[in-house]
Design a protein around this ligand. Structure first.
Ligand code: 6PG
Length: 237
């Protein structure tokens, strides 16, 4: 599988095209399959497109690339967002959902989630290998909860780490690049002009400068779905 950068005119068209790709994969992928979701606002548009067409979601297991350390019913819970915009509409059953428990002590939950992944996600090489990880990117180039200036999470030898949001100091549980890069497919959904500069840094200057630039499937494919606003500095000059 080759990497790709896919640019579409609007946020909605970008999310729709990514959803169509995911649905085609879901209907052909060998089951059981293992998918990790991201949080933030962008995935809600994607989730809404995913629910519009029929797909066989049975035997798909859902995980998260990161979660905020908040209660399950908190408005910032990535689980709550997925439950409302994806799981409820398509009828995902509880045994398919492997939630990061944001209500737990972060250090304990880091350990617990790392073990749940090791025990439930089949390995490739000597690491668990998700079939697909869906990621976003912040305007500062963070992805999952891998933030600039936090090398201890970026270069961690573990599968999960506790991170701290640099502005809000909110604690997060995040997958590490070591685990993410062992996935068969990594799909980025990045929209909005505020993301353009970081995309330019990653794709035109020096990927290593930003956390999202450290993400690249080692054995599979990395696909970027980007709207024209976010891709404005990527056009061939
Ligand atoms: C999170 C996400 C985070 C998100 C980016 C982009 O839990 O916040 O995993 O990495 O993907 O912050 O967020 P938006 O899509 O809301 O811009």
């Amino acid at each position: 599988m080759d990497d790709s950068i896919n640019v579409y005119p609007s946020k909605e068209q970008t999310a729709q095209k990514m959803a169509q790709y995911i649905l085609s994969e879901i209907n052909t992928i060998q089951k059981p399959a293992y998918i990790a979701l991201s949080g933030g606002k962008t995935p809600e548009v994607l989730f809404d497109y995913l629910t519009r067409e029929q797909a066989d979601w049975n035997d798909i297991h859902f995980y998260w690339a990161d979660e905020r350390c908040v209660p399950i019913d908190h408005n910032e819970s990535n689980y709550k967002s997925a439950q409302e915009h994806l799981f409820n509409p398509i009828g995902v059953l509880p045994h398919q959902i492997h939630r990061i428990k944001g209500e737990n002590d972060p250090s304990y939950e880091r350990w617990r989630y790392e073990n749940e992944i090791q025990e439930t996600v089949p390995s490739s090489g000597n690491l668990p290998a998700f079939d697909m990880i869906l990621l976003g990117m912040g305007s500062d180039g963070h992805t999952a909860s891998l933030f600039p200036g936090q090398p201890e999470t970026l270069y961690s030898g573990r599968l999960c780490e506790v991170a701290v949001h640099p502005e809000t100091q909110q604690r997060r549980i995040t997958l590490t690049p070591r685990l993410i890069n062992n996935s068969k497919q990594i799909l980025f959904l990045v929209t909005g002009q505020e993301k353009a500069q970081s995309l330019k840094t990653i794709h035109r200057e020096d990927a290593e400068k930003l956390p999202a630039g450290h993400i690249q499937s080692h054995y599979g494919a990395t696909h970027w779905y980007i709207d024209q606003e976010a891709a404005q500095y990527l056009r061939e000059s």
